[in-house]
Design a protein around this ligand. Structure first.
Ligand SMILES: [Zn+2]
Length: 101
């Protein structure tokens, strides 16, 4: 599930004011409970944040899951409001996944 929050800036660092172009999604399971986390990131913070999410998940013992990296379209909300674009147009596309465990 992609959050519908409207973060206008990178979530890696509160001092970073760049517009996020990527989203890292962690999807895993602890016992029967699903664990979902997602952060929107600028290009500069993407690598480090994906690494720390993966490391965190492994520390927590989340071995069944993965961290998915998506490229997101910062102009999506503007374009979604434009009726010329189909509603089904995806906001994000996946370009990488790191399995846990
Ligand atoms: Zn950043």
């Amino acid at each position: 599930m992609i959050s519908n929050s409207c973060h206008a800036r990178c979530e890696a660092d509160h001092r970073c004011y760049r517009t996020p172009c990527f989203e890292a999604q962690l999807k895993a399971q602890v016992g029967l409970l699903p664990v979902h986390r997602n952060v929107e990131l600028c290009a500069d913070h993407l690598g480090a944040m994906v690494q720390s999410l993966t490391a965190w998940a492994r520390r927590e013992g989340l071995t069944r899951g993965q961290v998915t990296v998506l490229a997101i379209d910062p102009d999506y909300s503007l374009r979604a409001a434009d009726q010329a674009f189909p509603r089904t147009l995806s906001r994000a596309f996946e370009f990488g996944a790191i399995p846990l465990g």
